[in-house]
Write a protein that binds this ligand. Structure first.
Ligand code: ADP
Ligand code: MG
Length: 240
C-alpha cells in the first residue's frame, strides 16, 4: 500500500521580504500515502500551520512543488484548485468552523452541493459520513445543540464526505477535554484505516501515538522522523 496522496517536494515558504522576512518552511520533502496518518509536532511558530495550508492549497509555497493525487497544484487555475480542494481535501480546525445556521447534515452536504452534486446524492453521502462518526441520529441538530466533541466529529465527517482522501487537521482536539479528544482521534484513525491519508498537527505526544509517523518541525525544517513499523501492541490496545 503506497498510493501517494500528497507529495511535497522541496517546499519553502517565506513571509514578507527584506530584513523582516520570516522563513516559515524550508526545504520540506514529504509523502503521505493512503492509509497513513502522519503527526506533525513542533513548538509554536515552527511552521506547522503553514505546512498544512500549503499542503491543502490554501497558500502557495515560495518555492517547491505540492502534488495532490497526482496533480501539481502550481499548474492549476484558481478555479480548478478550488474544485480540487472541494473534491479531494478536508480541513479540520481547532475551532470546528461549522456554519451555525445550518444543521449538522447541511454543514456536510453544503460542499458537495457547491461542487454540483444533486441534493439527494449529497444527502445520502452526508448521512453516510455522519453515520461513520456515530452521529446519524443528530443530523438535524444545529452546532450550538451539539457538544464540542460532537461538533468536531461533524467537522471530521465534513472533511471526509464523498471521495475526499486527504484530511488535514490542525490541532483538532485543542479545544476538547481528554476523553472527547481521544474519541475524535479514534474517528480520524478509523477514516484513515478506511483509506484516507491524513496529517494531524498536535502538541501532545499522546495524540501523536495514533499516527504511523511522527515528524518534528523546528524553525521550518523537519528535524526528526519516527516511523512505527509493524504491529504495536500498545497502539492496538488504545484503538480497541
Ligand atoms: P505553527 O503553526 O507551528 O505555530 P506557523 O506556520 O503559524 O507555525 O508560523 C510559522 C512562522 O511563520 C512563524 O514565525 C510565524 O510568525 C510566521 N507566520 C505565519 N503566518 C504568517 C503571516 N501570515 N505573515 C507573516 N508571518 C507569518
Ligand atoms: Mg499553528
Amino acid at each position: 500500500m503506497s498510493e501517494v496522496v500528497l507529495r511535497l517536494v522541496g517546499v519553502s515558504r517565506q513571509y514578507g521580504s527584506g530584513e523582516t522576512a520570516v522563513t516559515a518552511l524550508s526545504g520540506i520533502d514529504l509523502e503521505v500515502a493512503r492509509g497513513e496518518l502522519v503527526a506533525v509536532m513542533g513548538a509554536s511558530g515552527s511552521g506547522k500551520s503553514t505546512l498544512l495550508a500549503i499542503a491543502g492549497g490554501l497558500a502557495a509555497p515560495t518555492s517547491g512543488e505540492v502534488v495532490v493525487e497526482g496533480e501539481f497544484l502550481s499548474g492549476l487555475s484558481s478555479s480548478r484548485l478550488a474544485a480540487l480542494r472541494r473534491r479531494s481535501l478536508g480541513f479540520v480546525f481547532q475551532d470546528f468552523n461549522l456554519i451555525p445556521t445550518l444543521t449538522a447534515l447541511e454543514n456536510i452536504t453544503l460542499p458537495l452541493e457547491l461542487d454540483g452534486f444533486g441534493a439527494r446524492v449529497a444527502r445520502r453521502a452526508g448521512r453516510d459520513a455522519l453515520a461513520s462518526v456515530g452521529l446519524d441520529d443528530r443530523r438535524g441538530a444545529y452546532p450550538d445543540e451539539l457538544s464540542g466533541g460532537q461538533q468536531q466529529r461533524v467537522a471530521i465527517a465534513r472533511a471526509v464526505v464523498g471521495s475526499r482522501r486527504l484530511i488535514l487537521a490542525d490541532e483538532p482536539t485543542g479545544a476538547l477535554d481528554t476523553t472527547t479528544g481521544d474519541q475524535v482521534l479514534r474517528m480520524l484513525r478509523s477514516r484513515v484505516d478506511a483509506g484516507a491519508a491524513a496529517i494531524l498537527v498536535t502538541h501532545e505526544a499522546r495524540h501523536a501515538s495514533w499516527a504511523d509517523r511522527i515528524l518534528s518541525l523546528r524553525d521550518g525544517r523537519i528535524v526528526d522522523e519516527t516511523r512505527r513499523d509493524g504491529p504495536d501492541v500498545l497502539l492496538a490496545g488504545a484503538r480497541a
